[in-house]
Design a protein around this ligand. Structure first.
Ligand SMILES: Cc1cc2nc3c(=O)[nH]c(=O)nc-3n(C[C@H](O)[C@H](O)[C@H](O)COP(=O)(O)O)c2cc1C
Length: 183
């Protein structure tokens, strides 16, 4: 009998992936990952997002070069695909939250298909002068916010190279209280 995979299995096993095989993924998987992002909830159902699919290695390299966090962002050029998740700042007050939820949808569908991703820190910490240069590079209009860039591709086989950081989580007892705040 086919074993059912629960969404919790996917959530718990997903790892931020920073090293990828060079293989390109099928369009079907790319579209499914974008489709998962499209179906994210959003405030007032504004769907304030847009995704840029980048396959050009030179563009990936330029983005890494422009980032002041070179070491921390070097993995952005490692995948066969790089996806920018953007939100339109004019659509509502919640666009940043919408964009973050959308990113998680995308990352989980990717993982369910054997594909790795890694959220990178852009909004709100990227200096505006750098964000502006990256937006110019990608023809992104002023009123759009870059929430994140994530690479997308098949993780290399060696987990230590693929994921780098350990997958630890705080125990649930330290995070949950009942009826009133405790601790
Ligand atoms: C808002 C945010 C920003 C992040 N920025 C980076 C980053 O710039 N570089 C990086 O290597 N990982 C980044 N990560 C990935 C985290 O390091 C990773 O999610 C965390 O270590 C837990 O590991 P896991 O995703 O494998 O469970 C970011 C994650 C989030 C949610």
């Amino acid at each position: 009998m086919e074993k059912k995979i629960s969404i919790l299995d996917i959530i718990k096993s997903r790892r931020s992936t920073r090293r990828f095989k060079t293989d390109m993924l099928p369009d079907e998987d790319l579209n499914a990952v974008l489709e998962a992002a499209r179906w994210a909830p959003s405030g007032d159902n504004k769907q304030p997002w847009k995704f840029i699919v980048i396959k050009n290695k030179e563009t990936m390299m330029k983005i890494v070069e422009l980032s002041p966090l070179k070491g921390f962002h070097a993995f952005l050029r490692n995948g066969p695909v790089l996806i920018a998740i953007l939100v339109n700042s004019k659509r509502s007050k919640w666009v940043v939250l919408d964009g973050a939820i959308c990113a998680q949808n995308l990352m989980l569908e990717a993982w369910a298909r054997g594909l790795g991703t890694c959220f990178s820190s852009w909004y709100p910490t990227m200096p505006s002068s750098i964000a502006k240069e990256v937006k110019e590079l990608l023809d992104i209009p002023d009123n759009w916010i870059i929430i994140t860039f994530t690479p997308l591709g098949y993780p290399v086989d060696d987990p230590e190279r693929a994921y780098i950081l350990p997958a630890k989580r705080k125990p649930l007892e330290r995070l949950v209280c009942y009826e009133k705040f405790e601790g």
